[in-house]
Design a protein around this ligand. Structure first.
Ligand code: URA
Length: 241
């Protein structure tokens, strides 16, 4: 097997330009199974265990392309690559922002929404998760400014609710009332500001919004806002449960 050129791989992972990586290799900063890999033009097999076999300056190689990150998104960060202001990407290691393909959020949470956010560099996976056909369930905990009337559940479940400015009704959603001003809402779509607009359509106003679940993945209750971790393959599979 021919494998992948080391300079091409490391450059796509944000370690530097191909010429910088050639210099790093010459300087003995790249090692494979403990031995310096001096020629960055050499080819290596990219196996899942490469990050434990290759080191850069003595540190294990970053995760290979195909990573999935679960983040507890804090309030105040934007999910966009282009919008001004602090971004969720700023929480990740600097080098990861230079990766190609880039790491992107799987859908978006508003700046003022917290909770479970997935990020990946795997475009096909991203599209599978956000595809409306898959109907991945997303559960949000919302607090609202006015007491719930008791009619919201039927409205949201009706499959008839039209959001302001739209022509296609929302798919049925499930509401579980927690208290007068707090509820869990599970939706299968990901329209722009969907949950806030749903409560607005019911004559209410969302004060706080937090996503607790995406498919079979639940935000670990002990995970602090701003923390993140890489998902193992079985956890990624749980998204589709
Ligand atoms: N619905 C919203 O209104 N905002 C979000 O961030 C997610 C869903």
């Amino acid at each position: 097997m021919k494998g992948v050129r080391v300079d091409r791989l490391l450059s796509s992972m944000g370690y530097g330009s191909r010429s910088e990586i050639a210099q790093m290799a010459k300087a003995g900063r790249i090692a494979l199974e403990g031995a310096p890999l001096l020629n960055a033009a050499s080819h290596i097999a990219v196996t899942d265990d490469l990050p434990s076999r290759m080191t850069i300056d003595g540190a294990p190689l970053d995760p290979l392309p195909g990573m999935v990150i679960l983040m507890h998104k804090p309030i105040g960060l934007v999910c966009s690559h282009t919008e001004a202001g602090p971004r969720v990407y700023d929480i990740l290691p600097d080098r990861w922002r230079r990766r190609v393909p880039p790491i992107s959020t799987v859908g978006r949470l508003d700046k003022q929404t917290s909770g479970l956010l997935l990020l990946t560099d795997d475009g096909a996976l991203l599209h599978r998760i956000i595809s409306p056909k898959r109907e991945i369930r997303k559960t949000y905990r919302a607090t609202v400014s006015r007491a719930l009337t008791g009619s919201e559940g039927a409205l949201f479940a009706s499959g008839q609710l039209l959001l302001n400015g739209e022509t296609k009704p929302l798919a049925p959603a499930e509401l579980e009332v927690v208290s007068d001003t707090e509820a869990l809402l599970t939706v299968v779509e990901g329209r722009y500001h969907q949950v806030r607009r749903m409560f607005a359509a019911a004559g209410n106003h969302v004060e706080t919004l937090h996503r607790e679940r995406v498919g079979g993945l639940v935000l670990p209750p002990d995970m602090a806002a701003g923390d993140w971790n890489l998902l193992a393959a079985h956890e990624v599979a749980a998204i589709f449960d």
